[in-house]
Design a protein around this ligand. Structure first.
Ligand code: GLP
Length: 245
C-alpha cells in the first residue's frame, strides 16, 4: 500500500480528492466505486468544489456504491441513497449512479442484479473506501469467509452502535444491509482508503500488518497491488507505536 499522511482530516481529504480527480482526468468514462460515512465526506466536498470550479468533468463518469441498509427506500433520510444525494449527486452530474436495491424482496435477485450491473459496466476503476472500527469495509463484517459478490449481511452490534449516531436511537438502526463483496472490491483497479481518528487506529494496523483473515475484512486489501491509504496522525497511532512508521 502507498501511504499519504495528512496533517488533519481536511488535508487528507483534499489529497484523496486530487487522486480521484486525476483518475477522472485520465479516464473520463471512469466507473467510481463510492462509499458513505464520515470518512469520504471530505473527498465529496472537494469534488463538489472541483465541479463548481469546472476543473473536473463528471458527465461521462458512472458511480456504483458499496452498500445500503436493507429495506430502506431512497427517500429515507437515513438511507445511503439519501446520503449520496445530499453529499454528492445533487451537486455533481454523473452520467449514472447506482446503489444496491435494498427494497427488493428477493435478496438473491437483488444481489445478482447488482453484480451483473457492475460487470456490465466493465468493473470499477477506482474504489473509495472507509473502514469500520472492527475492520469492516463496505458492510463486509468480520466472519468466517471473504464474500465474493454482493450479499445480504447481518450487521455486527458494534457497527449498529457506531452508526446509531445518525439515528434517533439504536433501535432504529437496521439489523441487515446489502453490501458489495470483498471479491468485487478487490477487482477494482485502484483503491483509495480514507482513515481518520484514533478509533480506527487498531483496525488500520490489523488491516495492513496483521494476518489476512476474514475476521478483519479489510486485511484482504493486502492482496491488492494498488491501494492508496490516506490517514491522519490519530489513525496512524498504533502503527507508529509499534515502530512500523
Ligand atoms: C459504515 C459503512 C462503511 C464505512 C464504515 C465507516 O458502516 N458501511 O462503508 O466505511 O462504516 O464509517 P465512517 O466513515 O462513518 O466511520
Amino acid at each position: 500500500m502507498r501511504l499519504y499522511q495528512g496533517k488533519d482530516y481536511d488535508d487528507l481529504s483534499k489529497k484523496a480528492a486530487q487522486i480521484v480527480a486525476s483518475e477522472i482526468f485520465m479516464h473520463p468514462k471512469a466507473v467510481l466505486g463510492l462509499a458513505t460515512g464520515s470518512s469520504p465526506e471530505g473527498i465529496y466536498r472537494y469534488l463538489v468544489k472541483a465541479q463548481q470550479e469546472g476543473t473536473v468533468d463528471f458527465s461521462d463518469v458512472t458511480s456504483v456504491n458499496l452498500d445500503e441498509y436493507k429495506g430502506m427506500f431512497p427517500d429515507n433520510e437515513q438511507s445511503y441513497h439519501y446520503f449520496m444525494e445530499e453529499n454528492l449527486f445533487q451537486h455533481v452530474p454523473f452520467k449514472a449512479s447506482y446503489l444496491p436495491n435494498a427494497v427488493e424482496e428477493n435478496e438473491e435477485k437483488s444481489c445478482r442484479e447488482y453484480d451483473e450491473l457492475i460487470e456490465s459496466l466493465g468493473g470499477i476503476d477506482m474504489q473509495i473506501l472507509g473502514i469500520g472500527a472492527n475492520g469492516h469495509i463496505g458492510f463486509n463484517e468480520p466472519g468466517e469467509v471473504f464474500e465474493r459478490g454482493t450479499h445480504c449481511v447481518t450487521l455486527a452490534e458494534s457497527t449498529r452502535q457506531a452508526n446509531s449516531r445518525f439515528f434517533d436511537s439504536i433501535d432504529d438502526v437496521p439489523t441487515h444491509a446489502f453490501s458489495m463483496g470483498i471479491g468485487t472490491i478487490l477487482s477494482a483497479k485502484r483503491i483509495v482508503l480514507v482513515v481518520s481518528g484514533e478509533n480506527k487506529a487498531q483496525a488500520l494496523y490489523d488491516a495492513f500488518y496483521g494476518p489476512i483473515t476474514p475476521k478483519v475484512p479489510a486485511s484482504a486489501l493486502q492482496l491488492h497491488g494498488h491501494v492508496a491509504v490516506f490517514a491522519d496522525k490519530d489513525a496512524l497511532s498504533v502503527i507508529k507505536e509499534k515502530g512500523l512508521l
